[in-house]
Write a protein that binds this ligand. Structure first.
Ligand code: SAM
Length: 192
């Protein structure tokens, strides 16, 4: 009983790559209605369902309202790209750090494929700034994008700060959509 079928995409990615471990801290960007957060809560044990395992942390962010979920803290009516949101995140995360940043964010599609593509890629660039503030060295990022001309540029920017970057098309993602996910692992903080 997930809030949305998108849960199956994250389950598939996490079954394969084991990003979400008990005790882990996760930031879920574009979290409404909360299905990815439901998966994250289960996997990091942030609701304490398994008393013997370490308890993790899940913080979800969305412009929209997200119905409450045991084990998750939601920043509703918050923009992921806003520094105010970043400051609140730092306060909510243990040691002011996350192990994993998830993003299933998407802008409202205009129907103009190229324009929507560029808009979403621009939102993904902002996740690299977010990572610099909150992602712990060695941490991971999963981010949704719509394939198109600027995808390569995003991949290069990710490769500058993550040791491995790969493209994932989950089986649960519609075959005829341009939706893809970057999985970036082993974060290194950029040297400035
Ligand atoms: N992963 C979610 C789930 O499983 O329930 C579904 C996410 S839905 C595909 C995309 C979400 O991104 C929308 O709810 C939208 O409001 C949100 N979004 C788009 N731009 C955003 C932004 N700048 N900041 C926060 N959320 C944003």
């Amino acid at each position: 009983n997930f809030r949305c079928r998108s849960a199956f995409k994250l389950l598939e990615i996490d079954d394969k790559f084991r990003l979400l471990q008990p005790g882990g801290s996760v930031v879920d960007c574009g979290a409404a209605p909360g299905a990815w957060s439901q998966v994250a809560v289960q996997r990091v044990n942030s609701a304490g369902t398994d008393p013997a395992a370490p308890h993790g942390t899940v913080v979800g962010i969305d412009l929209m309202n997200i119905p409450p979920l045991d084990g998750a803290h939601f920043l509703c009516s918050h923009d992921v790209t806003d520094p105010v949101t970043h400051a609140k995140l730092l306060e909510l995360l243990p040691n002011r750090q996350a192990h994993v940043i998830l993003s299933d964010m998407a802008p409202n599609a205009s129907g103009f494929r190229e324009m929507d593509h560029v808009k979403l890629i621009t939102m993904c660039f902002s996740l690299i700034d977010l990572a610099e503030k909150i992602l712990q060295p060695g941490g991971s990022l999963v981010c949704k994008y719509w394939d198109g001309i600027s995808a390569r540029e995003l991949q290069e920017k990710l490769s500058n700060v993550f040791n491995t970057v790969q493209i994932i098309k989950p089986n649960a993602s519609r075959k005829d959509s341009s939706e893809r996910y970057f999985l970036a692992r082993m974060y290194r903080k950029p040297v400035k």
